[in-house]
Design a protein around this ligand. Structure first.
Ligand code: Y12
Ligand code: CO
Length: 173
């Protein structure tokens, strides 16, 4: 399956993703294609809507202490629901759909998540650190929310200006 990353300001990023109901070969093909595109673009997390599939599916692979992302660390999360959240943390986030921009975003520090795996089995996950932040970032994508939506008015204006300039430069080169 050939996938390409949908980039801001594409309106498809604003769609609300639907629950996955069929845990079939089609879902497996999508997940199998999402993983390499995430790794090959230096990503740590990717939601299906970022590759034009509006379903509640995301993949994550948080780098280990050596900065490696071995396949065994891959997390596939389907139909996630947060059941507990606590604390507060700020981290400089980036997004494969908003290339070249990184901004400090406030998130919950820890969370507990119920989700399903690719075969529909129910799982529970307790997350903290970068995993917790990345899950919150990716779950926002399922609701059509981008990290830039969380910026202050002033920072958002600055972002829009810089992004427009970048797109113009890209077009003319
Ligand atoms: C903290 C950090 C990340 C998240 C959510 C997941 N975001 C990403 O995985 C972002 C990856 C990213 C990768 C880039 O590298 C390439 O595209 C090759 C990148 O680079 C450029 O923009 C040039 C930007 C972002 C949550 C919390
Ligand atoms: Co993102």
């Amino acid at each position: 399956m050939k996938l390409t990353i949908v980039e801001y300001p594409d309106k498809r990023l604003r769609l609300k993703s639907k629950n996955v109901t069929n845990f079939d070969a089609k879902l497996h093909k999508l997940l199998d294609a999402m993983n390499p595109i995430m790794i090959n673009t230096n990503g740590i997390g990717l939601a299906a809507i970022q590759v034009n599939h509006a379903v509640k599916a995301l993949v994550l692979n948080i780098p280990d202490e050596e900065g490696e992302q071995p396949p065994e660390n891959l997390l596939e999360i389907i139909n996630p629901i947060v059941t507990k959240r606590a604390g507060e943390t700020v981290y400089q986030e980036g997004c494969l759909s908003v290339p070249k921009f990184y901004e400090d975003i406030k998130r919950f520090e820890t969370l507990t998540l119920n989700y399903q795996d690719r075969n529909g089995n129910t799982k529970t996950l307790e997350a903290d650190g970068l995993l917790s932040i990345a899950i919150q970032h990716e779950m926002d994508h399922l609701e059509g929310i981008l990290f830039i939506d969380k910026l202050s008015y002033g920072r958002r204006k600055k972002f829009e200006k810089e992004y427009k300039r970048m797109l113009k430069e890209k077009k003319s080169s």
